[in-house]
Design a protein around this ligand. Structure first.
Ligand code: ZN
Ligand code: ZN
Length: 126
């Protein structure tokens, strides 16, 4: 496959992490960056293309954050929730199915909560 070259600017710390990862994996920067961009585009295609989606959202908060208010306001999405609380770490796994724009909206709301880390994973191809 033909390759295109272009320059990008990233922070020193991210560049250092990239170089460390390349060293561990034994591959060059282009391979890692190409894979990362490919994964990002696949992930975001679920937000950009309207469809019936099935996705997993994982939320880890350092404190008990009240995401129940956000989930209570969700409309048009089927939600299955798993909650695990250990020490001061609250972990919630949500399986969401329904219109992709509604799931993207839920993801954005969860992502806006301070002290929480949210992972989105589509569970199907489009
Ligand atoms: Zn989807
Ligand atoms: Zn909890």
């Amino acid at each position: 496959m033909p390759k295109r070259k272009f320059g990008v600017s990233i922070s020193d710390s991210l560049a250092e992490s990239l170089d460390n990862l390349c060293s561990v994996l034994g591959v060059d920067r282009s391979s890692v960056v190409e894979r990362a961009i490919g994964n990002l585009i696949v992930e975001y295609s679920h937000h950009l293309v309207s469809h019936e989606c099935l996705a997993l959202l994982a939320i880890v908060c350092s404190e008990e954050e009240n995401i129940q208010d956000i989930l209570r306001d969700v409309r048009d999405i089927d939600v299955t929730q798993i909650h695990n609380h250990r020490g001061n770490k609250c972990t919630q796994v949500i399986i969401a199915s329904g219109p992709s724009d509604k799931i993207a909206e839920l993801y954005s709301k969860l992502n806006s909560i301070e002290n929480c880390r949210v992972k989105y994973m589509a569970l199907h191809d489009i």
